[in-house]
Design a protein around this ligand. Structure first.
Ligand code: PMP
Ligand code: GLU
Length: 409
């Protein structure tokens, strides 16, 4: 049975509840709820006449701009290394289809990796993340798991890393990335590094890409869904340095999606050249994501949750183990209770491959910025967004819900 992806399913469910007039706090979906930069809208409008298919790999301008994007981030890249596609999700699927071997995942990790591996009939090996940060497996456990898996006849071939991470909202530090890559290299794995959140690191911490550690054996995917809040434009791109891997990916692309729509290639070329207004927009977005994620984190920790402090993007991964004493036995049961009784929508950790019995869940904080473009622009421009009435109200809703659940309601 092929399920509706948990992230998209909860979004549709919560939107329907809202449309029916219910008061719902939407913490279920990782959409970067921000308006489109006016200059981006203008580029798209000016490209509306572009109705040709174009090259499967992407336009020369967009590939050149994407190469510049990576090169400015310490990964020297040629335009030839780049493949654009409608969403990095499609690229991840195409890459999993062409890279051989069983798929190794950090536990927890984003919902679609395991689901895509299952669609492709591939075996998944989960390895828990360390305490310090998610998105990468604990290096020692990874080493043991790979050795054990080989003994059991498995053939681990691909390791997916998320730097920075969804669902934990953390960034694996440079040393940790190095250690994980050393293990991956020793076991001959190809690393698929999902860097879609790399521009949204809250402070100035260094993002160490696995591609800097294992340049010959790492493919990087990224996109404009998170940094520029353009999820619905579906612009993704991959850096695939090995020609044979690129050719195989392009083969899949040519049979499944043909190309990124031509008007979106123009948007990609414009954004990835990173003119000052684009940089300023991403800087403002990052500051807003950080302020709201920190405020939501404070609510959860005040309610007794164990939760890594947010370092990037717009996610938290709290553990509400103290609520086991109130009769909750699974994360899904707690998530259902939070929604049905308190109008708070979150996704249980089991959706991310975590232990179903754990009272952990993913909280996405990016849909708290407002219900319309005006509120969202105000949030982006505010020096203290958590004091805006609509954001403060949402934080109050969460506070009341958590204290009611702690009181056994
Ligand atoms: N990777 C991660 C970790 C994500 O959270 C998302 C969210 N959409 C994606 C990939 C896919 O993004 P897109 O297809 O919009 O590029
Ligand atoms: N990546 C986002 C999330 O984790 C939503 C979009 C998607 O899953 O495709 O909620």
């Amino acid at each position: 049975m092929i399920r509706h992806s948990a992230t998209l399913a909860i979004n549709e469910k919560l939107q329907a509840k809202r449309a029916a007039g219910e008061q719902v706090l939407h913490l279920g979906f990782g959409e970067a709820g921000l308006p489109v930069l006016p200059e981006v809208r203008d580029v798209l409008a000016g490209a509306a006449h572009r109705n040709e298919y174009g090259a499967v790999v992407g336009s020369a301008e967009a590939r050149q701009a994407a190469a510049g994007y990576f090169s400015r981030r310490g990964l020297p890249t040629e335009a030839d290394d780049i493949v654009l596609a409608p969403g990095s999700k499609a690229l991840l699927f195409g890459l999993l289809a062409v890279l051989p071997g069983d798929v190794v995942l950090p536990q927890p990790s984003w919902v679609s990796y395991a689901a895509q591996a299952a669609l492709l009939g591939r075996r998944v090996l989960g390895v828990p993340v360390p305490e310090s940060a998610g998105g990468v497996p604990d290096p020692e456990r990874l080493d043991r798991a790979l050795t054990g898996a080989r003994k059991d006849g498995a053939e681990p071939g691909v390791l997916i890393l998320t730097v920075p991470d969804n669902p934990t909202g953390t960034l694996a530090g440079a040393e940790l990335v190095k250690e994980v890559c050393a293990v991956a290299g020793a076991h001959g794995l190809t690393v698929l590094s999902d860097e879609i959140y790399r521009d949204l690191v809250h402070d100035s911490a260094e993002v160490r890409s696995p591609a800097a550690e294992l340049p010959e054996h790492t493919v990087v995917t990224a996109g404009l869904s998170k940094n520029m809040a353009l999820g619905g434009y579906r612009i993704g791109f991959a850096r695939v340095p090995r020609p044979e891997q690129r050719a195989a990916l392009v083969g899949v692309a040519s049979e499944v999606w043909s190309s990124l729509p031509a008007p979106m290639q123009e948007v990609a070329a414009y954004v990835l050249a990173e003119p000052p207004e684009v940089r300023a927009h991403i800087d403002a977005s990052r500051a807003l994501h950080a302020a709201v994620a920190r405020a939501v984190h404070a609510e959860f920790t005040a309610a007794g949750a164990d939760c890594r402090a947010p370092q990037a993007g717009f996610y938290l991964y709290p553990d509400l183990e103290p609520l086991r004493a109130k009769g909750f036995t699974t994360g899904a049961q707690l998530a259902e209770h939070l929604l049905d009784r308190h109008g708070v929508g979150v996704l249980a950790g089991a959706e991310f491959g975590d232990d179903p019995a754990a009272l952990r869940f993913r909280v996405a904080t990016s849909l708290l910025y407002g219900d319309d473009a005006e509120q969202r622009w105000s949030a982006l421009r505010s020096p203290d967004p958590v004091t805006l009435p609509w954001i403060a109200r949402s934080l109050g809703h969460l506070r009341d819900a958590l204290s009611a659940v702690l009181d056994g309601e």
